[in-house]
Design a protein around this ligand. Structure first.
Ligand code: XMP
Length: 511
């Protein structure tokens, strides 16, 4: 079944991915393409959104795509730079703004009963973020709304289905942003909102059946959401022909390998658990440099995975849990139309001799959509709600060299912390949490004796994508209880500290 699609032309705004997500929250499928690579099959898209940009339309390098196949032929919504672009190059005027146009503003409608503003009240809060301003509208432009500081905050172009807004409807602070997108996409552009998680599952399973036939597929499970949801989809499509491999690198959380393996088996997956802890620990012996540790883990993972895959006769496909943010081509804000494709790091550069074809069933989904798809297939909510966990596992949370004893200590500490978060119903309020084993000993007293033992740091952050993060203000009573429990229960630790740094300038992991 074909769904209506929306094209988002990216001019390099930090908010472009948010536009795509907001559109998809309306159950409408959207794709992001760089402004300089407009898809040739433009007829496949029902509507087009032009994104914002850090660039000024007045700059000599201003991004200037040819929209002649789009304007007047498709409904267009131009956001921020998009709105300035339409004005500047089509008979209007854009100039540097002399007031600060950043932050909250309130809309005043100039036109009554404009369907673009259906169900949105006068005074609705919108989010501005720009330094240029539209002084005069383009040819055939008709003003729709203003704010206190921005006269031309919204306009349309008569004779076309083209709307333009200076503010960002995709940002949470634009309180009616979603309604505005709905008004434009559903009421004005008549896009059919039929792209739901259930529909995605049904169609993807059919596509996978057709693509894979009777072929065998191998997939590395990590215990994380993406690989687990990818496995469920493939399992629905090809059943026992999906061979899952779950490697214990000895750097997982306490009891994780056994518990998650059981869960996978309970889901009916054809999964083999491979305990390669000793092999990883051997390879890590004596290494303190984080990059060297990462490389050693990546190398051994490939060796182990390869050994296992080689035992499956006639396997032809490798499945990966790649998601949409990994494949979006991004527009460089400063480097003009240079476009880069991020490489997926979870499988860490497969060796050439594994000549397998790649299948990536989640390639079109954002992380929250992966969760919705998992939920719609009945995946266990605990598995779906798990915090992100880095591929190299506890290796990047043990600073300095790694030994079996250090892994044991950190696993115990981490378990007290994570179980505590769950018990206090804090786990789901935190985006990611974990413990770090520091390479220092500190003095303490236990009973009559002085001790000289390890220090651990606890870290809990709020974030949406890991790119920025804030430390979480956990209750003192909780921190006190967890600190006591750790020091009393985990032999070898006599001091607990809590990390109160945000990212940037700090990072989430300490490595
Ligand atoms: P940082 O420390 O860069 O972490 O603020 C951001 C997010 O990325 C995760 N992370 C990793 N994930 N391999 C991974 O698969 C890695 O080497 C790695 N390093 C950091 C980290 O847990 C956080 O969610």
């Amino acid at each position: 079944m074909q769904h209506d699609k929306v094209l988002i032309l990216d001019f390099g705004s930090q908010y472009t991915q948010l536009i795509a997500r907001r559109v998809r929250e309306l159950n409408i499928y959207s794709e992001i393409h760089p402004f300089n690579k407009i898809p040739t099959q433009i007829h496949e898209y029902k509507a087009v959104i032009l994104s914002g940009s850090p660039m000024s339309v007045r700059s000599k390098d201003a991004f200037h795509p040819d929209l002649s196949n789009i304007r007047g032929q498709k409904p267009v919504l131009a956001v921020c730079y998009g709105a300035q672009y339409l004005a500047h190059f089509s008979g209007g005027e854009v100039a540097e703004s002399n007031t600060r146009e950043y932050g909250r503003a309130n809309l005043n409608f100039v036109q009554e009963n404009e369907p673009f503003f259906n169900n949105i009240s006068v005074g609705s809060q919108v989010w501005m973020s720009h330094s240029d301003t539209i002084k005069s509208l383009p040819t055939n432009g008709k003003l729709l709304a203003s704010t206190h500081d921005v006269e031309n905050a919204a306009y349309k172009i008569e004779g076309e289905t083209t709307y333009a807004i200076q503010f960002h409807p995709e940002v949470y602070h634009s309180t009616d942003g979603k309604q505005l997108l709905e008004n434009f996409l559903i009421n004005i552009a008549h896009v059919n909102p039929d792209w739901t998680p259930n529909a995605f599952v049904e169609e993807t399973v059919e596509e996978l059946k057709e693509k894979l036939g009777n072929d065998k597929v191998v997939l590395g499970l990590s215990g994380g959401v993406d690989s687990s949801v990818a496995a469920m989809l493939l399992h629905k499509a090809i059943g026992e022909n999906l061979y899952c491999i779950f490697v214990n690198n000895g750097l997982l959380r306490k009891d994780e390998f056994t518990n998650v393996l059981k869960q996978y088996e309970g889901m009916g997956l054809n999964v083999k658990g491979v305990d390669a802890s000793a092999r990883f620990l051997d390879a890590l012996a004596g290494l303190s440099d984080p990059e060297q540790k990462r490389k050693a883990i990546g190398r051994v993972f490939i060796e182990v995975f390869d050994d296992e895959a080689a035992q499956i006769k006639d396997v032809t496909w490798l499945a990966q849990g790649t998601i949409y943010p990994d494949v979006i081509e991004s527009v460089s804000a400063t480097g003009g139309p240079s476009a880069t494709i991020k490489s997926h790091h979870n499988v860490g550069g497969l060796p050439d001799f594994m000549k397998l074809k790649i299948v990536e069933p989640l390639k079109a989904l954002f992380k929250d959509e992966v969760r919705r798809v998992g939920a719609s297939m009945g995946m266990d909510s605990q598995l779906l709600g798990r915090h992100p966990f880095p591929g190299p596992g506890l290796a990047i949370r043990i600073l300095g060299d790694i030994t079996a004893e250090k892994v044991r200590i950190l696993q115990e500490v981490d378990a007290v912390f994570i179980n505590g978060l769950k018990k206090w119903e804090l786990y789901d309020k935190v985006w990611q949490a974990g413990a770090i084993l520091l390479p220092v000993n500190s003095v303490g007293v236990m009973g009559d004796e002085r001790t000289y033992e390890k220090v651990v740091a606890l870290r809990a952050v709020e974030s949406t994508d890991g790119m920025t993060a804030d430390w979480v203000d956990l209750p003192y009573a909780f921190l006190q209880k967890v600190s006591n429990d750790i020091i009393n229960k985990v032999k070898g630790v006599n001091r607990v500290v809590y990390d109160i740094s945000s990212k940037p300038p700090a990072t989430i992991e300490w490595e």
